[in-house]
Structure formats: structure tokens, C-alpha cells
Design a protein around this ligand. Sequence first.
Ligand code: ZN
Ligand code: ZN
Length: 331
Amino acid sequence: MENQGNHGNAKQVARGVYQIEVPTPFSVGPVNIYLVEGVQLTLIDAGPLTEEAWTALNGGLELIGYRMEDIRQVVLTHHHVDHCGLLERVRKLSGARTYAHPLAVPYVELHESFLSFHDQFFLNLYRESGVPDEKLIIIQKFHKLMMTFSERSRIDGLLKHEQPVPHLPEWQVLYTPGHSQSHLSLYRAEDRLMIAGDHIIKHISSNAFIEPPRDQSRSRPLTLVQYRTALQMCADMDIDLVLSGHGDPVTNHRELIMQRLQKNWERTDTLRRLLADGEKTAYELTALLFPTLYEKELPLTLSETLGHIDLLMILHQLEARERGGILTYSL
Ligand SMILES: [Zn+2]
Ligand SMILES: [Zn+2]
């Protein structure tokens, strides 16, 4: 079944699983929301908080033969606004229970204390990375983006690695961090089907986005190391079909994962070449690695650079030196 109406785009992608494509205002393009039939009708993710996304989500549900009021529960793959922005609207209209990984909760509940911790973390990270003062405005922009494309909501139930999805007993929760600290994937062993959110995407390599640690007493998670580990966990699994948060399904997950892992080593080689003529900050390396992209997409590109610096630091192939609160790296 494939239906495209004026106000929706929905198709069945597996037994009892429907994909609804919803537009986003972000460069990643549309996001895929999944509707899963089971003991309780379940929505996986909710799309960004825009009228266009809301219309497309409702239109998609209608094409499949449901209404928003029929949704009994929502499971978030992770807390990024393109996936959770509409959660509160869905919850209010349907009365659905909401589920996510514990680390998604502060991003969904958006308490003031968390937001200031979040902003302070990025301010420290960007300063330490050598981002010039006049560019630190990006942190306010990032904050505004979170508040514009999502709104305060709540999580009713927490999900952890290897537990069954509530009211969907065939489905198992997998904790797959790296792209996001709260990232979950869902797996149905019977037909070796995975709903992978942004963990595995066919047409783009997923960013191991640097996010704050769970509390101030900890140092930042090494997100690229986490991401590679979670990818390797999936490579060891038997999966016939991966349904992603963006783009087309993946049928060759092992091959794709090997390509992604290999790409990381190519990038660490590039970083080492860039450091051959002397020490540099993470910001300087980002400008060299992504000359056309880094100004527009600083949070993403800086995360990419820092992740690869982390890999080299773990292998003792880089030295870091701190001067006046700024870190520089050398071979
Ligand atoms: Zn994401
Ligand atoms: Zn996404």
C-alpha cells in the first residue's frame, strides 16, 4: 500500500508497520515517523513542532485508516526536535502514554535548570575548542531552535536496553547511543526488523553529536566512540530491514556499518595530515575539514571534529595542550 494525499504521505513497510513522512525545516529533510499496530497502537517519534509537520502526520494517519485520537502510546527514538517536537500535541489530543530513554527526559521537560546547564556546557566546550567569541552566539541560536521546534511535554515511562516495548511484546528496546545520548532502536526478532531512528541512515552518515553529560560531575561522553560501539552491536545482529528516521530503508546494514566505521579512520588520517604543519584548535581543524559547511553548521561539524580527535586521543596519537582555557592539538 502506498498513499500520497494532499495532506499526507504514508505507506506500509512491514507487517503492522507504517511509515509516515513528515517535513522538517532542517537541512536533513523529511523525518520518518512509524505507526506500529499491536496490543496498543503506537507511534514511534512525533516530528518537529510545525504546522506542516502536524498536518502531514494527521494526514498520514488518515491515509492508513486511523485518527490521532487512536494513538495509545508514543515511543521516542531520541530527543532531537525533528523527532519529539510534536509530542505534546500528540499527547494532548490522544491521551497517549509517552516512553523514552531516561536521558531524553530533561530535553522533553525543558526545565530552566537543565537549559542553563545545557547552554553552559556548550559555552565551555566551544571556548575550549577555540571558537571565537563573536561566534558564541550560535549557542543562543541553538537554544532558540530547541524552544521553537519543540515544546515542553512529559515522559510517562522510561525504557532501557533489552526490555520489551510496553504493549508491543514482539518488540525489544535497544540502547544505541552516540548520535544522541538518549537514542533507542526497536527490534522485532520474528522478522529481523529494526526501527533505528537516526542510528543507521542510508544516504548520510549519522553525526555523533556532542551532548552534555548526565550531570555536572561527569565529563562529556565520547560520542563517536559510543556510536561506533553501538554500530558494532548492530552489525553483530541479524537484521533484514532497517527502518530509519530519515530516508529509505536499509537492507545491507553490515556493509553500511563497515563503510561508516572505515570512514572514521579516513577522517582521522585527514586530521593527522592537517596537524603535520603544527598544532591547531578543534575550531581551526573544523574550518579546514569542512570549509564550506562549518560556519552554517557549527554544532554538527565541531562534533564531527571533536569525535575524531577523541578517537586519536584514545590511541595516544595526539597530544592536547591547554593554554588560557583553549585546547590545542599536535601530533
Ligand atoms: Zn537526531
Ligand atoms: Zn533526525
